[in-house]
Design a protein around this ligand. Structure first.
Ligand code: CUA
Length: 357
């Protein structure tokens, strides 16, 4: 606090108290704002609460540091600014202050070590493996996620939507078929990159029944923004039925059985439901389904004069013919594998019916 004008110790103490008061008030406002604002989506996993608490602690520790530094800088810039006529005057030379330097090095060091230890403890906790974990393989590709399971008999089940049971740890093995994606369910709070050529892992214990968005959090191309699906957290019994039904809900299974009982020939799954369930509308506008996606061609236009064979080819082998103005490689080439034959037929029939002129 040395300037050209000597202050009495009493004045200096007064300024110090002022600074302290300003800093204290600003810290309280900053911490209150940080804690009161609802930053996060709803919590859908056992890990979410621990991670949100960690965030709150970081806010409580970092806001006062930020406020202290900014308050001192602003106050000093104002209090000790150069006044007219002082251009030639210089302050007294200062050669450092060992005690101050030790204090301002030691305090941040202690805070940092404490926060790092706490973060590390939380990380170890949320990543702890449970031997009874359910294994789910997540495959990202431009621009969709596919989820693979093993049913009780060891047979592979694939699904365009994520289904997980409540209360059981899920061990996700995350892969990519093309570029880097990032598997993220904000309600679970955990995310990890899907990197071509390697497996990455993520463990989560969903603890609240509901539907939560699955988001790709790595810019991966034109359709990145629509690479969104849904995570369904369901009761364990419901999950077991879904898995043993080959990745179909009770309702979908019922529709399938009804169609089967009808003696064949009936439209088995509902084509419109297949369109909706596989999120086709995220990329494709289709008047009948009320979708407006613009990443892929508008189906009402490009399919107007096409037959069922063309529609089927466009779904299972989208590279065969590209609509004018669109690029190859945007539409995932895997729907031929991930859709069940009956679903594919229903989808083709639906699209043929609703786009004919
Ligand atoms: Cu995949 Cu962004």
């Amino acid at each position: 606090m040395a300037t050209e004008r000597e202050e009495t110790p009493r004045e200096e103490r007064g300024h110090f108290v002022q600074l302290l008061a300003i800093g204290l008030v600003a810290s309280i406002i900053g911490i209150a704002l940080g804690l009161l604002i609802d930053w996060w989506p709803s919590q859908g996993s056992a890990e979410a609460n621990k991670i949100d608490t960690l965030y709150d602690v970081l806010i409580i520790c970092s806001v006062p540091v930020f406020v202290l530094v900014v308050t001192v800088v602003l106050y000093c810039a104002w209090r000790y600014r150069m006044k007219p006529g002082e251009e030639e005057i210089d302050g007294p030379p200062i050669h450092g202050n060992t005690r101050l330097e030790i204090i301002w090095t030691a305090i941040p060091a202690i805070i940092l070590v404490a926060l790092c230890s706490y973060s590390f403890a939380i990380l170890t906790d949320v990543e702890e493996a449970d031997a009874r974990a359910l294994n789910v393989r997540v495959v990202g590709q431009q621009f969709t996620w596919t989820f693979f399971y093993r049913d009780g008999a060891g047979k592979q089940v694939s699904s365009p939507q994520l289904y997980v049971p409540r209360g059981q740890q899920v061990n996700f093995t995350v892969q990519s078929r093309d570029v880097i994606h990032d598997f993220w369910v904000p309600a679970f709070r955990m995310k990890i990159d899907a990197v071509p050529g390697i497996n990455t892992h993520l463990r989560v214990t969903p603890d609240r029944i509901g539907q939560y968005p699955v988001i790709c959090a790595e810019l991966c191309g034109l359709g990145h923004a629509v690479m969104r699906q849904t995570a369904h957290v369901v009761a364990p019994a419901e999950f077991d039925r879904w898995l043993s039904n080959g990745g179909r809900t009770d309702a979908q299974n019922q529709a399938q059985q009804n169609a089967g009982a009808g003696g064949g020939g009936g439209a088995a799954p509902d084509g419109k439901a297949v369109f909706t369930g596989n999120n086709c509308g995220a990329c494709h506008a289709l008047a009948d389904a009320g979708t407006t996606g613009g990443t892929g061609p508008k189906l009402d236009d490009v399919l107007a004069d096409k037959d069922a064979a063309f529609i089927k080819q466009s779904i299972v082998n989208p590279s065969a013919e590209i609509a004018p103005g669109f690029s190859d490689g945007i539409m995932p080439p895997t729907y031929g594998e991930t859709l069940k034959p009956a679903e594919l037929d229903a989808l083709v029939k639906y699209l043929d019916d609703v786009t004919g002129k």
